[in-house]
Each structure stands twice: as C-alpha cells, then as structure tokens.
Design a protein around this ligand. Structure first.
Ligand code: AGP
Length: 604
C-alpha cells in the first residue's frame, strides 16, 4: 500500500508534492521520491527511509514556475527498499509512480529485456515506463502509447506518468488501487491516493473508478473508461478534516483496518494464485528440501496466526509442525535440528523476543523464513527467506489486518509446500485455491453484521470474565478474539479449546461468565455444540457465532453459510474483531492506542 501524489500548476510544485507525501506517510514509507518537469527539464529525487531524507535531498531544488510533478512513498511488495527500487521509475524520457501489483510484470520484463531494455530496479513498476516508451517508439502519440500500455497490464494499479514530449500533461490510470483527482479555481490539478493531501488545495475531487484512465493538462481532464469511452468527471466537495480523512471517515484506525482486510487480502493473493498452483516468486523451491519439521515462533497475535498455520501445515503437507512462544523458546535451551525450517512471524519485524529466536536458529544452522509486514525490518534482513504479507501500514496497536494476511499467507504456503512435497493432488489444490479466492469477499464487513454487534455489545460491558472457545483451527481464533478484547476493553478474557472447558474452567460458569462460542458448521459442529450446551446448562451467558441458529445461546452473531470451514474462520475473525471494537468504544477506551501497550515490543 503506497502513497501517490501528482500536481500540475504554477505553485511551488516541490513543496506541494512533499507536503502531499507527508500526508500519505501513514500508507507506507520505506522510501520516497519525486519527479518534476519544469521548463522542459526533468528533476528526479529519491531517498530511502523517512520522508525527511527526501526533504533534505531536495532542499536546494527550486520550483517557482509552471510545472508538472509526481511523487510516491513506497511500502515494498517487490524488491528491497533501496533508492533504485524507490519510485518514480525512469525510462529514457519518462517517469512513473505506481501503487499496486502488476501481476504480469515478469512476462513483460522478459520481453522488454529481449528488446535490449536495461532494468535498474527489482520492482514490477519499472515495466510500466519501459512498456510505455516501447509503444511511444512505435510512432503512437503519447496518449495512444499510454492507453496501449494500460491495456497490456494485468493486476492492480494506480499510475501517474509524465513524459518529456508532453511537458504540460500528466497521464493517469486506476484499477484496484485508490486514486483521485482534485481541481480548484486556479486551473490546478492535484492527484493523490486518498483525499488528505488535497485538503486545503483542491475544492472539488473526482474519485476514479476501476478501469478509468486518461490525462490532464492546463485546460482539460480527459477520462476514459475500460471500454475506451470518454466519460465526464463526477466532482464532489472535498473533506475538510485531515485526521478523519486519514481514517477515511472511520472512528479509529483499527476500525478502518478491519474494513481494509478485504482489499489487503486481495493484495496478498495477487500474483500468487493460478488454477491449481501457488507461486511465491520470492521463495527458492529448494527451501523445503530435507525439511522434516516446521517450527513456527512468534508473540501475541502473530503467535495465534502461527498456531492457525500449524493445523494447515500438518493437514496438507504431512510435515511435523510445532509452535513456540518466542519469549519462552529463547530461554528453555531448546533442541534445534538442522532438518527443521524455523519460521518467525511478525507484523513489525522488530519484536525483540521473536528476533532473538531467529538469531538462535541462524546460529544453530537452521534454514529460516520470516512472514512479515515490514520490508527492510530486522527480521527480514536476517532471515534466509521472506514472504511479505502486504497488509500496508497497520496503525492500530491491536492487530487485525496483519493477522488476516498472515493466516492467508500460511494457507497459501501450506498448499505451496503440499505441491513441493506431493502430498496434495492438483484437484485438491484447485479446490483450496478456489476457496482462497473467496476470502476477500468473506471478510467484507456488512452493515447488518456491524450493526448487530454494535447493538449486542452493550450487554458485555461487565461480568467476571469472558471465555472465547473453539476447536481445531478455531482454537487459535478463540485465543485471538480473547486477546483483542483484553487489549482494547481491559476486560478479562481467555481463549480456550472447547473440549477443555469440562476439565476445570466450567466451574466458573454462571450468568456473569460470558462465553463467545465459535461454532463452525463445517468442522466438528456437533462436538462444539455439545461443549456449549454444557455451559448453557450451567447458566453461563452464551454468545454463539455460527451460520446455524443455536437456540441455547443468549446472543447470536450469524455468519453466512460458507462452502468450507476456512471461510467460516475468516468471517468469525471479523466478528470477534468488531465485538472487541464495539465493547471498547462503549467503555470509552482509546481503541487505537490502548493503555500500557506499544505497537511493536522491541524490548524484552
Ligand atoms: C496484537 O494485537 C498485539 N498488538 C501484540 O500481541 C502483537 O501481535 C505482538 O506484540 C507481536 O508483534 P509483531 O507481530 O510485530 O511481532
């Protein structure tokens, strides 16, 4: 999830671009850059790390005349955060910035390299500017070359491109990644990934739709739809409050991030699914050679996604899998065998305990893999292999979309390894991949679900505790639901295996003990149901989350009838996230920055 800005006008283009990028840093900032075409001269600056580094690089660069400019803050999905990989990417006389993933970039890159094109970066984005210039050389006009290029791309993109031959024009295209254009009475044109950078500059904005492409110049905004038909811009008033704009109108970043899960999971899947096979371009297929055990190690929510992964790995790959809490693992003098693949999971890539276990595994000579959301983080730099979760920046301290994308990555990885180890036939793989494609839809938050949870949350603001219970892969989800509630409501909650309640915890059952019961229709439903009936018989207050109505429950959160328990998993994940959010809101807590917690625990 990167940030894009563009400007056409007579104001200080550099300042407008940098200020705009500053407003988008919440979307990603492992590197940033701008390109400005002024008096037919291009100036291009890039810097890794925080935006202040780019400001330092451009401090002597003056823009005080009519100019066109584009800018970008990067959240790496392909290629390390380096200056070469930072946007804008350059051709011979053109620059491009891009947010999204070009799924067919490998094919396009190979063809361009065969034509003698030299690539400077590892990114998918660079193919755009070289493909454009290839089309330009075929004596097409700049717009025709841009149009042809856009129709040759597959995947998700928000693109801004400028070229020397058209020094008063910015070309744009949008498909799957957000972008809008803003105008004001001074004939200026503003582009951005979200409206925040335009506040105070533009007065009207047009949110592009998927398939929109075209160009702007001093006098015109030309928009074409996916049928190449010209269309009118639909301008609306721009928001006025920057912070609420960063939250896109949601009350909290956590709420926004729960709603974002559908889009970021779609990003996580992009370029990795074919009919019956999973592709991880970033993995060496030999990574799993000689591996007889997979050991997963993490903390907090990442530990819960690791536990979820263990069910899928053993079920699909028939490789023994163990899961460790990093803070325990690092001090218990563990046995480490060289036929173990050591996998660390971390949203931040900086958690001290997890990082330390990674160092231990490296020292013991084990192969290591990190599943992480932050490229260039300590764990990414240290591990032998890395899979990025592409969740974009997660601002809420209570993790949501990072967990969702971690479980998605592990689901894909278990199918990938099952193919490498030949433990799942192509028909079974195709079925699992079909289900994976349904996940973005299954985590879309519906108003009905959210309103239902908002209403019933008023009944759960007290009590002497919560149990979240589930069986099999729903046990780690129960743990995650309990952690979410603890973190932001400060009420006590435990995640527990449903079958374990009768071995002691049921002694707590009474009307003030709240049980959130995960009852998937497609996995051990009857067994889970009988566990809940034991609690209900002892007057515990039950909130059942299920596709099937459950008459013994005091409250019921209905999920849709799914094809498979994994889709039930993701729907229930959204329900427990929303439940903790709405209870916390009612208690008046700071949902995004709950007391005593930090987003990344970089100390022991
Ligand atoms: C999750 O909601 C918590 N904020 C916390 O448990 C977190 O998952 C844990 O600190 C691990 O962080 P990491 O994923 O960045 O390593």
């Amino acid at each position: 999830m990167c940030g894009i800005v563009g400007y056409l006008g007579k104001q200080n283009t550099k300042e407008i671009l940098l200020d705009g990028l500053k407003e988008l840093e919440y979307r990603g900032y492992d590197s940033a850059g701008i390109a400005v075409l002024q008096n037919n001269n291009f100036s291009n600056f890039k810097a890794i790390g925080k935006l202040i580094n780019l400001e330092e690089k451009t401090k002597n660069f003056i823009t005080n005349d009519f100019a066109i400019g584009i800018g970008h803050t990067r959240w790496a999905t392909h290629g390390k955060p380096t200056e070469l990989n930072a946007h804008p990417h350059v051709g011979e006389s053109s620059y491009v910035v891009h947010n999204g993933i070009i799924e067919n970039y490998v094919k396009l890159k190979k063809s361009l390299e065969n034509d003698g094109v030299k690539f400077l970066s590892q990114t998918d984005t660079e193919v755009i500017v070289h493909q454009f210039e290839k089309n330009l050389k075929a004596s097409l006009s700049a717009f025709e070359a841009f149009e042809k290029t856009i129709f040759e791309l597959e995947g998700a993109y928000a693109i801004l491109l400028v070229t020397k031959g058209e020094n008063e024009t910015i070309f744009f295209a949008k498909h799957g990644s957000p972008m809008l254009v803003g105008i004001n009475d001074e004939d200026e044109k503003y582009f951005a990934s979200s409206d925040t950078p335009l506040i105070g500059h533009a007065t009207q904005v047009n949110y592009f739709e998927d398939g929109d492409y075209g160009y702007v110049n001093k006098n015109e905004i030309a928009i074409f739809d996916k049928t190449r038909t010209k269309k009118e811009a639909l301008f609306t008033q721009i928001a006025t409050n920057r912070l609420s704009a960063q939250k896109d109108g949601f009350r909290f970043f956590m709420e926004k991030e729960i709603y974002e899960q559908s889009d970021v999971i779609a990003d996580t899947l992009l370029g990795r699914l074919s009919e019956d096979s999973i592709t991880f371009n970033e993995l060496d297929p030999n990574l799993f050679d000689g591996i007889n055990e997979i050991k997963l190690c993490a903390c907090g929510t990442s530990y819960h996604s690791a536990l979820s992964a263990s069910y899928m790995f053993e079920r699909y790959t028939k490789i023994r899998c163990s899961v460790e809490i990093a803070s325990e693992f690092r001090y218990r003098e563990p046995l480490m065998c060289k036929d173990t693949l050591f996998v660390v999971i971390s949203q931040s890539g900086e958690t001290a305990d997890t990082l330390e276990t990674l160092k231990m595994a490296k020292k013991a000579g084990l192969k290591t893999l990190v599943v992480c959301n932050v490229d260039n983080s300590s764990m990414v730099r240290l591990a032998d292999a890395c899979i990025l979760t592409r969740a974009g920046i997660e601002k809420g301290v209570a993790s949501t979309k990072a967990f969702a994308t971690q479980v998605t990555v592990f689901w894909m990885l278990s199918i990938y390894v099952a193919e490498v180890k030949n433990t799942m036939d192509s028909q079974q793989r195709a079925k699992q991949i079909h289900l994976l494609r349904e996940v973005p839809a299954s985590v879309k938050v519906t108003d009905v679900m959210h309103e239902r949870i908002k209403r019933l949350s008023k009944r759960y603001l007290h009590g002497h505790g919560f149990f979240f219970i589930g069986r099999d892969i729903f046990f780690p989800l129960a743990l995650e639901g309990a952690l979410k509630l603890k973190e932001i409501s400060y009420l006590h909650a435990e995640g527990y295996p449903s079958g374990e309640m009768k071995h002691g915890p049921i002694a707590l059952a009474d009307p003030e003990l709240f049980t959130i019961a995960l009852l998937p229709q497609h996995l051990l439903y009857e067994k889970s149901k009988s566990n809940v009936e034991e609690l209900s018989a002892r007057d515990s207050t039950i909130c059942a989350i299920s596709a099937i109505d459950f008459d013994k429950a005091d409250d019921f959160i209905q999920i849709s009838t799914c094809q498979d328990y994994m889709l039930e998993f993701f729907e229930m994940m959204v329900a427990v996230q929303l439940l903790s959010l709405e209870i916390s809101v009612r208690l008046g807590n700071d949902v995004d920055m709950p007391r005593n917690l930090a987003k990344s625990v970089t100390v022991e």
